[in-house]
Ligand binder design. Structure first.
Ligand code: NAD
Length: 492
């Protein structure tokens, strides 16, 4: 009999089972096959992890110089490079994303560790000119024990986005991966240990968000919560964290517009729009899920878009030629399908997809066709709510003013793309869009070094950039009196 692989918690550098001895199962969403059992953490395990993180902060990690932390981060990146193929495969198996997607994301995670290895060295306080007899300087100190909670859509990359700046800043961490995709975050934590991160600096708790996740957020031993996930969960987290006034950063949902002006490079805009929505099977916070096209090219654009969408290869995520992988769960397939049905009920037109794919290869696992919904008005549910699947909704606009108004007519403000060959218009529109990221003539979002994060209900705080280090540090201002005569402020 084959012995099933089991993944345990990582607490204080030790692999441990849950204190209750409970396990949960994790699956390959593309086949529905069970991959492994994972320890189901209890609240007592959270207490132990937070305690380990606190002791590590006060222990030798707290005495590591920035240079030494930088070396460790570079060493993590080196091990990740050496284990690149294995990590990509594991990510595909646990998330159902295509191999190409996983490769890009694991590579980005590596670059992220390299970025923060350099940032650790560059992050510094400053000295302000103050009146004679005084000396002032500011010091950046680690904010402390950080709870880091990540979603299932980019299990490895999100864990890296969280761990790298926190380690660079000298914090300690209790990481909670999503229940559906816990494996690669656990492997990443092991790699941190192997690279020289002392015991207790990175702890991993696997288990239910509403139970151990919420408990972790409320824990008085935690100084900061860094969360990526749904906007509704972010609101709950912010409320819970407020009880002890923890520092909070939130990377939440989106409904990002992709605006195509009639003067855009037509073919480039088609290819960019396809990538913008169907990358990662549409399960991306920054997916350009609203395609807003100028009316004179709207019909031609829709036809060309559908023709290209038909060419996308969906299937075995491990095949090199696959563009579109599976959906994370059957529940998510139902959510997506429910949105498509709602669009039809509200008067929109499904012009491609809108259903599960047919064929033997899709009988197991969770699949949904790339879908195009046309004639969507901005008040429809599909234009306002995050679908989190391979579904684009198309709306037309008359002029620049209307394009901007439509783009901004959402509670979200994560990302946007603008396609036009008019240089002035591109930058005018970029300036007027209320989102943290605006791309001109490209569909991308995340580059190591460029700040990533949202306006409005897409959250606050920035990842991937230097300013993330400020979010993992407190600034201490030290004012020293260095005058010759003693100070006598009351003049007595
Ligand atoms: P989710 O909010 O359901 O879960 C995210 C994580 O939070 C998981 O680890 C979950 O177990 C945990 N969790 C759930 N309830 C909790 C609670 N009450 N307290 C503490 N932790 C809790 O999100 P998801 O479905 O895993 O991921 C998809 C969402 O993530 C989408 O909305 C997407 O837009 C968003 N996302 C945002 C970004 C970004 O950078 N803005 C990036 C990726 C994903």
């Amino acid at each position: 009999m084959q012995i099933e692989k089991r993944y345990t918690l990582l607490i204080n550098g030790q692999h441990v089972e849950s204190s209750t001895g409970e396990w949960f199962e994790t699956y390959n969403p593309a086949t529905g096959e069970r991959m492994a059992q994972v320890a189901k953490a209890s609240r007592a395990d959270v207490d132990k992890a937070v305690d380990a993180a606190r002791r590590a902060l006060n222990g030798k990690w707290g005495r590591f110089s920035a240079a030494r932390r930088s070396q460790v981060l570079n060493q993590i990146a080196a091990i990740l490079r050496a284990r690149f193929n294995e990590l990509c495969e594991l990510e595909v198996l646990n998330s159902g994303k295509s191999l190409g997607n996983a490769q890009g994301q694991v590579m980005q995670a590596i670059e992220d560790f390299e970025l923060y290895a350099a940032a650790a060295l560059a992050h510094e306080g400053r000295s302000k000119p103050v009146p004679n007899g005084f000396l002032n300087y500011t010091v950046k100190e680690p904010v402390g024990v950080c709870a880091q909670i990540v979603p299932w859509n980019y299990p490895f990359m999100m864990a890296a986005w969280k761990l790298a700046p926190a380690l660079a800043a000298g914090c300690t961490i209790v990481l909670k991966p999503a229940t559906l995709t816990p494996i690669t975050a656990l492997v990443l934590a092991d790699i941190c240990q192997e690279a020289g991160v002392p015991d207790g600096v990175v702890n991993v708790i696997t288990g239910s968000g509403s139970d151990v996740g919420a408990y972790l957020v409320e824990h008085p031993g935690v100084d900061k919560v860094a969360f990526t996930g749904e906007t509704s969960t972010g609101k709950d987290i912010m409320a819970r964290a407020s009880q002890t006034l923890k520092r909070v950063t939130l990377e939440l949902g989106g409904k990002s517009p992709n605006i195509v002006f009639a003067d855009a490079d037509f073919d480039a805009a088609i290819d960019g729009a396809l990538f913008g929505i169907y990358y990662n099977t549409g399960q991306s916070c920054e997916a350009r899920s609203r395609l807003i096209v100028q009316e004179e090219i709207y019909d031609r654009f829709m036809d060309a878009f559908v023709e290209k969408a038909k060419k996308l290869v969906m299937g075995n995520p491990l095949d090199k030629g696959t563009h579109i992988g599976s959906i994370i769960s059957e529940q998510q397939v139902e959510v997506i399908d429910g949105y498509v049905r709602s669009a039809v009920e509200q008067g929109a037109r499904v012009v491609y997809g809108g259903k599960r794919p047919e064929g033997a290869e899709y009988e197991k696992g969770h699949w949904y066709m790339p879908t195009v919904i046309a004639d969507v008005s901005n008040d429809m549910k599909v234009a306002q709510e995050e679908i989190f699947g391979p579904v684009i909704v198309m709306t037309k606009f008359k002029d620049e003013q209307e394009a901007v108004a439509l783009a901004n007519d959402t509670i979200y403000g994560l990302a946007a793309s603008v396609w036009t060959q008019d240089f002035g218009r591109a930058h005018r529109v970029a300036g007027k869009i209320k989102s943290g990221i605006v791309m001109i003539n490209n569909p991308f979002s995340a580059f190591p070094g460029l700040p990533f994060g949202g306006y409005k209900q897409s959250g606050f705080g920035r990842e991937l950039a230097m300013e993330s280090l400020d979010l993992y540090t407190e600034t201490k201002s030290v004012l020293a009196y260095i005058g010759e005569k003693p100070l006598n402020p009351f003049g007595l």
